[in-house]
Ligand binder design. Sequence first.
Ligand code: GLC
Length: 745
Amino acid sequence: MRFKPLATLALVAASAAAAPPSFDTLIARMTVEEKVGQLSLFAPVSAGTVGNPATRQPSAAEQRDDLRAGRITGFFNGQGLAIKREAQRIAVNESRLGIPLLFAADVIHGFRTVFPVPLAEAASWDPALAERTARAAAVEATADGFRWTFAPMVDIARDARWGRSVEGSGEDVFLGRQFAAARVRGFQGTDLAHADTMLATAKHFAAYGAAEGGLDYNTVDLSERQLREVYLPPFQAALGAGGAAVMTSFNDIAGVPSNANPWLLDTVLRGEWGFDGVVVSDYTADEELIAHGVAADARDATRLSFLAGTDISMQSGLYRDHLPALVASGEVPMVRLDDAVRRVLRIKQRLGLFDAPMRGLDGADRTDWPEHRALAREAAQRSIVMLKNDGALLPLPKAGQRIALIGPFAGAGDLLGPWTLFPGARPPVTLEDGVRAALTDPSRLTVVRGSGIDTPLRGGLSAAVAAARAADVVLLAVGEGEAMSGEARSRTDISLPAAQQALAEAVAATGKPVVVLLRNGRALALKGAVRDAPALLVTWFLGSETGHAVADVLFGDTSPSGRLPVSFPREPGQVPYYYAHPPTGRPVPASQPDSFYKARYLDSPNEALYPFGHGLGYGDVHYGPPVLSHTRLPWNGTLRVTARVTNRGTRDTTEVVQLYVRDRVASVTRPVRELKGFRQVHLPPGASESVTFTLTRHDLGFVGRDGRPTVEPGDFDVWTAPSAGEGAPASFLLELSTQHHVGQR
Ligand code: GLC
């Protein structure tokens, strides 16, 4: 007997009388195959496996049969309403139980309107901005029928060789937590029942960014303490913001692949954190347990994956192929299967899919959202980081100068960045478009490619040199192409490709002032003429409004306000590099940087070329010393730290005041600095502002030797600074309270 949605709804309603629907009645009516179907997610064969390796695909007819048999819980990355409308119609009207499908997608940084890549947006140091762009992306994606996004990616990344740094929020735990929570709020809105909200997915659980050698998919081996202190907190922040889905990571941690890690997926995620949402595998990550060498075959991989706590299998088909037999044999208890199915049905119910499965699928495809263009431009502006501006070369005048825009990124291409699967019909604004639109006389602009991304161009250097000689100022657009950043894009050398470095050297040799416009998805090791250029803007992959945003900053319509979310090392060989590192037993004395038998390289200073948090504006900001409300912080007390900042410049600027602390002595080594707060302040010329942060002992905690959150009394240094590499500390004492147990020393 077939259940119309209404009938299914009645089953749901009947069991939803009190608490969240138990779905007991519906589940009791489901066959094992139908239950397993709710745990099987696929790409629609009509769309193919975009952004992923190809896998064996059924025919369209076979996939329709699967829908009718209730063997599919949803599709992912099939853009267009027609696909979803037809599939949903079949699932709801032609299957026995009429359980609606859930449509998912990689909506990572925009949908039709493409916002800056997440790492760029993190450079805005404005989580509220990230919430706004995630919200706009959800509005666009839900208009295309998607109600589940595989975002935010919250992996902390400290090795710039890893290509997926581009998808996250950088190297720092505090900043990463803020952006993780903000993006979940943006995607999920206030109520997942609203038609323009999307289920967010915290990924990739866990420690994917700690891949050995920065080599994507590679093994991860770190202490539980490091895992809990660095890599898990952004997930906790995402779930704390209401995130209701988690995606497993491809990597193993200490020999146990995440997809088959019951300690991670059950003991920590569900046991300690109380997570009751759904866990979805990454793409064929269950099948990859065979390649990992922890599963003998697909059946074994299915058993390990499901029993570890992975609810939904993505694309491999393993659950559909092997779970029924595992249940029949008793290796997988039926109650475990029912629990997973219940979690999936509850998510679909929260999304309103049982109430209105066809809601939002009956419109026309939209490929342009003019109302989001201003937001894309604002987000791009605020993601730009000005690393240097010697001689106040910037901002440039809009008239009176001949400008040469030179480099492989001057024109079309490589503007949107990785994981841009659904760009709108309107082409992104190129650097050339933006600069030309900003100039009083566009004829004063000459554009020369000069070089390929990886290879020289015949005659490119000579054309570039000629253009530079004929210009008053050069804009040099160099960096990484999209194909050098993102998944499976690890690089052994994070310098610029040789062809582009040669272009930079040739252009610099003309003696004309050069403004470097970096296109990048990771921290880069800048060398020679690129490093030595008088002005350097990090422009990442800025999305649909790239050209206008860069021009807005170049010509002073807005002051650059971005700050680095990742350290820029001096040398490729310094990675993995991050500012919040332990001191070691032989730290290099600041006063004697060349001292021997200290923790330093022979061929490079340890410091970053540009530290985490660095970025300049068009003002001239000066910091007073941090002023503390007390020099002793009682165990239950609050300490206020105030910084007075003054813009002594002649132009408006936005400053990001950063609060760092250091625990001088603890039962485990503590980082030389850790970000504990930041505040953006707008400073007109001559303005001063006092920025006050509050600290309690809860801001000073860490994961102790026992793996538990710990706070220990003692001396702390505190900075209010423009980056992790600047400022002089003040100090305070956190006083022990006799009635509180503290971690063992
Ligand atoms: C990819 C990525 C993951 C993405 C998924 C679906 O392999 O690792 O981030 O969401 O597959 O496209």
